[in-house]
Every structure is written in structure tokens, then in C-alpha cells.
Design a protein around this ligand. Structure first.
Ligand code: GLN
Length: 273
């Protein structure tokens, strides 16, 4: 099959995720063209998916309704952002902060399809978990993902804006994570069509300076977190200084940042006093 202008790396991804052909298998038939590999779906089906991706740039993840993330595979749809690789790190930082807590309470604010919540549920099986989202449709996907990946997990899903639906548990959270929308509104137009024409704007657009949701989440953490509880946020590539100052100015302690794989300050961390 020919790529017809698409990217080989995307086609290889599709072969792997939809047809079950790993990159290593692919190399082996390139080296030994007589070798035989079997596809989990027909070449016609592959072609249909690839053509519709090329036609209007629909992300392959939406076309095949799945996306790998850390060690799990999530159902995804256009009702929620496609989980990003850089967000995988949030889990590593979080787990390091709470090694001494056996039974705590975590929350994932704006869970989308649920990657953060599901990873926390897997890694902290004795904790109580909460996932909120303002989109009913996203919450349904997250619930299905949790059910299929960590069926016995103790997670409460709540519909609403950031801390809004979690008032009942105010002051009891030991760990809160979020990957909020953080792209400044005027930059949305410049995003790749694969993102801006297909992913939910509500999960990307962070208002004039991109930090509307982040500020709400940080302010809410003042009384939402338990004393000493941790907040870990992902943010845009140039927001580190502003987010860190905001955390310090409102009285959070142990404020720090972490970098992503490209060396960009991408995560802000603080603790309730
Ligand atoms: N990192 C995402 C992107 O660049 C944005 C995610 C977000 O706003 N939280 O498309």
C-alpha cells in the first residue's frame, strides 16, 4: 500500500495499533520480503482508515478509537483530548511524592478519557480516587476505560468544572493532578490541523494567556488539598515562571518545576501549607 502523501511514521503506528504488526515485524519483512506476516484487520480496512486520515487529517487515534499511553491502552473519541506522551511524566512525579502514604485520596481534574486517573488507580490501589470533567461524554469514556483496565478500582467520577464537583471532599486530597487546557486562545489557529480541526477546543483553549484553568485549579488547591497535599500541573512551554510565581504568591510551599523530554519546563509542583 502506498502512503499517498501521509507520513510513514503514522502509517507504521496504524499498522501496529490496528493490524497488530509491530515495528520489529515490519523490519523483518523489509529484510526478508518472502516472510509472511498476518494482519489483524484486512488491507481494505486499513486502506479505508488511512484514506479518511488523509482526506481531512482526522487523528488515527480517533479513527481506530484507541491510544496507547504508559502501560495501558485507552478507548478515545473526539469527545476528549488524545492523551499526550508528555503527560505520562505527571504520573512518575506524583508517585515519587507520595511513597510514604498508604491510604490517601487523589483527584484528576479534567480527566478526559481518563489516562491520569486510570494510571493512579493502578499504581495506588489502596487509595480513594476522584476524576472530574465538565464533559459528560468524556466522563463516560473515562468510566469505560477504568472499568476495562482496572475493574475493581475505587474511583468516583464527578461531572463539573475542576474542583467544583469535589466540594464534599474539600481539604482531604493528598494528591491532585491536572493537564488543563493551557494554549492561549490566539494560538489555537496556529495549531496543526490534526489537532485544531478534530480535538475538543475546550480541552485545549486556556483563555487569553492560556492560564485560566490553571489559576482556578491552583486557587482551588488552597483549601481543596489536605495540609501538605501535592498539586502537580502540566502547562504550556513558556508558562513555568508565571505558574510558579502564582503558586508562591498565593502561599503554596515546596514549589518546584520539572522538565519534559525536550528539556522544557513543563510541570509545576506545589504543596498546601
Ligand atoms: N499538549 C497539548 C498540545 O500541544 C495541549 C494539551 C493541553 O492544552 N492541555 O496539543
Amino acid at each position: 500500500m502506498i502512503l499517498k502523501g501521509g507520513r510513514k511514521v503514522d502509517f507504521d503506528w496504524l499498522l501496529d495499533m490496528a493490524a497488530g504488526v509491530s515495528w520489529a515485524e515490519l523490519q523483518s519483512i523489509i529484510l526478508n520480503p518472502k516472510n509472511f506476516i498476518s494482519l489483524a484487520i484486512s488491507t481494505e480496512e486499513l486502506e479505508v482508515i488511512w484514506e479518511s486520515h488523509l482526506k481531512d487529517q482526522t487523528p488515527l487515534q480517533y479513527l481506530i478509537s484507541k491510544c496507547p499511553w504508559r502501560d495501558i491502552e485507552l478507548e478515545v473519541s473526539a469527545d476528549a483530548l488524545i492523551p499526550r506522551q508528555e503527560t505520562e511524566f505527571l504520573i512518575d512525579f506524583a508517585l515519587k511524592k507520595v511513597t510514604n502514604i498508604d491510604f490517601g485520596r487523589w483527584a484528576d481534574l479534567g480527566t478526559g478519557s481518563g489516562p491520569i486517573a486510570i494510571s493512579l488507580a493502578k499504581s495506588l490501589p489502596d487509595w480513594n480516587g476522584h476524576a472530574s470533567d465538565i464533559s459528560k461524554e468524556a466522563l463516560e469514556i473515562a468510566k469505560r476505560n477504568l472499568k476495562s483496565i482496572v475493574p475493581n478500582a475505587n474511583v468516583i467520577f464527578s461531572l463539573g468544572d475542576w474542583w467544583g464537583p469535589l466540594k464534599r471532599w474539600r481539604g482531604s486530597f493528598d494528591l491532585v493532578l491536572s493537564n488543563p487546557p493551557y494554549i492561549p486562545s490566539n494560538l489555537i489557529e496556529e495549531l496543526d490541523p490534526v489537532v485544531k480541526n478534530h480535538e475538543p477546543l475546550i480541552a485545549l483553549d486556556g483563555g487569553a494567556d492560556g492560564m485560566n484553568a490553571s489559576r482556578k485549579i491552583i486557587l482551588g488547591a488552597l483549601d481543596g488539598l489536605a495540609k501538605g497535599g501535592w498539586l502537580i500541573l502540566e502547562h504550556h512551554y513558556d508558562q513555568s515562571e508565571r505558574i510558579i510565581s502564582f503558586m508562591k504568591n498565593i502561599g503554596m510551599k515546596d514549589v518546584s518545576f520539572e522538565k519534559d523530554l525536550s528539556g522544557i519546563k513543563r510541570y509545576a509542583i506545589c504543596r498546601r501549607n
